[in-house]
Design a protein around this ligand. Structure first.
Ligand code: GLU
Length: 516
């Protein structure tokens, strides 16, 4: 017998106890995701000795595929598996993927060949690496969107605790991200890649165990819609449930191959976007009442802001990380902070600022001044742009043309974080609120698909900042810094312009939200 979620249960800071399970599972999942990701660009450029441009392409494809798969994960959970089984499947794939990353092999070597310098990489370990990324991509697809949907399923549609629940959940995400980047970053510096990636795998194992222990708390919310249909035999002879598991392994193989052809990922992303937008528009126009239709379409439109936001924000783990490694003075009190650990600054600010933002929104709401969702989205783009412009300003003050003072990168992350707090948790809550209940999983997938598009573009932008390297080391640090700043200045100005335009159209969008 499974328990039924009582939507008035208030065991955890006034929220249902099951929220703790979402919080912890996602915390460990993000620990592994961000811990591994903090090392990835360095693994590509310093272990496999890929050029900056090639590394940015692989990196961009990975972080976009990781957010494309949640659409499928959401649809499969909505229609067949239910969120709970989907999360378990995702977690299993993730444990395997992260532990696979820990199989490092020997470092690539650069030597002079007949056609100039060539890089020799161990083909077996290179394939292990790509395959592990495939496992992670499909794993995130099953886990990320569905655990986010489970949070919303604990509340009635009009329950005022929903935004607060997502803020708490977002704290879990960032606690995991903070610890992941710090722990894996330090393990990389002092023990090597295997240790850093291995720690990510162990973290994910902890997440899987937490979810298995607490999954009963979700009651009906996490169960398959038609459990009988799952047992039905398919043409393959397997039950539908096992056919889904087999198809997931096939998807891993597809992603393994895709990681080796980053150029195809862009096309795939474009097709996925077209299909997803088409499906949502079709569903809204044919299946929804007028008010729900407007809300679904507004939700879809607002998701497009994410593309701009993440394309610039996600420089963090690629170009900003390499820049921090090469052009930021990282010695504090005689101690050199690993460049990878800088990726935890954003999470640290989220954890410290999220309660403040929560308080701010409530205080403003009491006076009727709380910015609407589209206004918050617009503000996020403006803050993102200002962050880049601050860094560019800081670099212009430096007396050493190869180095920027650490404070400027910290200030950039501060503004990027306040921007993130205006879009990311707000958007999760918006998606679960504006979507029609039967398709929340799919809509959540679309939310992450928009992140995927942003992440993909982020790889292209990161590639523009690339400079010449030899053996993983930069050739001309001053020229490299100048290239970074030129790209960041343009990015900053575009982002501010987009934010201002978004502010202008707020009243129109609000009208179609029908007070939701
Ligand atoms: N920091 C957020 C997370 O990891 C970003 C999500 C997104 O890209 O949409 O959940």
């Amino acid at each position: 017998m499974t328990a039924t979620v009582t939507k008035t249960d208030t065991d955890f800071f006034g929220h249902p106890k099951a929220l703790v399970i979402c919080f912890l599972t996602e915390m460990w999942e993000r620990f592994s995701y961000y811990g591994m990701r903090a090392l990835l660009i360095f693994y590509l450029t310093q272990h496999f000795l890929f050029s900056d441009q090639v590394a940015a392409g692989i990196f961009g494809s990975y972080i976009s595929l990781v957010y494309i798969t949640p659409v499928l994960g959401g649809i499969i959970a909505d229609r067949y598996l239910g969120a709970s089984k989907a999360v378990v499947l995702g977690a299993l794939l993730l444990v395997a993927g992260h532990l696979g990353m820990a199989l490092e092999g020997t470092q690539a070597v650069e030597r002079l060949g007949t056609n100039g310098t060539e890089v020799i990489r161990d083909p077996f370990y290179l394939q292990v690496f790509y395959f592990s990324l495939g496992l992670i991509i499909v794993g995130v697809g099953f886990l990320k969107g569905n655990i986010s949907t489970l949070v919303g399923s604990l509340y009635d549609r009009e329950d005022p605790r929903r935004d607060g629940a997502y803020t708490l959940f977002y704290m879990g995400i960032n606690l995991g991200s903070f610890l992941g980047a710090i722990i894996c970053g330090f393990l990389l510096q002092y023990k090597g890649f295997s240790w850093g990636f291995g720690a990510a795998g162990i973290g994910m194992l902890a997440g899987l165990l937490v979810f298995l222990k607490g999954r009963h708390l979700f009651g009906d919310a996490g169960l398959p819609k038609e459990p009988e249909a799952l047992k039905r035999k398919t043409v393959s002879g397997l039950s539908r449930e096992w056919a889904i598991y087999a198809a997931s392994l096939f998807a891993v193989v597809v992603c393994w191959q895709l990681m080796q052809s980053p150029e195809i990922v862009g096309g795939l992303l474009g097709i996925s976007l077209l299909l997803a937008v088409g499906a949502v528009v079709f569903y809204s126009l044919t299946q929804c009442e007028p008010i729900d239709r407007d809300r679904m379409l507004v939700c879809l439109f607002l998701m497009s802001y994410q593309v701009i936001f993440w394309s610039l924000f996600e420089q963090t783990a690629s170009s900003l990380s390499l820049m921090t490694d090469r052009n930021v003075d990282r010695v504090l009190f005689g101690f050199e902070i690993p460049a990878a650990a800088f990726q935890s600054i954003n999470a640290f600010f989220i954890i410290t600022l999220a309660p403040l933002f929560n308080f701010l929104w409530i205080a403003l709401a009491r006076r009727g001044w709380e910015p609407s969702t589209p206004a918050k989205f617009a503000l996020s783009l403006i803050q993102l742009g200002l962050g880049f412009l601050l860094l560019v300003y800081g670099a212009s003050l430096a007396t050493d043309p190869t180095q920027v003072a650490v404070i400027w990168i910290v200030l950039l992350y501060l503004l990027h974080t306040t921007g993130e707090l205006c879009i990311s948790p707000v958007g999760l809550s918006m998606t679960s609120r504006l979507s029609v209940p039967g398709v929340v999983g799919m809509m959540m997938g679309c939310w992450f698909l928009a992140s995927a598009a942003g992440n993909y573009v982020s790889g292209t932008i990161a590639a523009m900042t690339g400079s010449d390297t030899v053996g993983g080391e930069i050739v001309d640090p001053a020229a490299a810094l100048q290239t970074y700043m030129d790209v960041y200045q343009t990015a900053g100005l575009y982002s501010i312009a987009a934010g201002l335009l978004a502010l202008v159209i707020v009243p129109i969008i609000k009208h179609y939200m029908h007070d939701a």
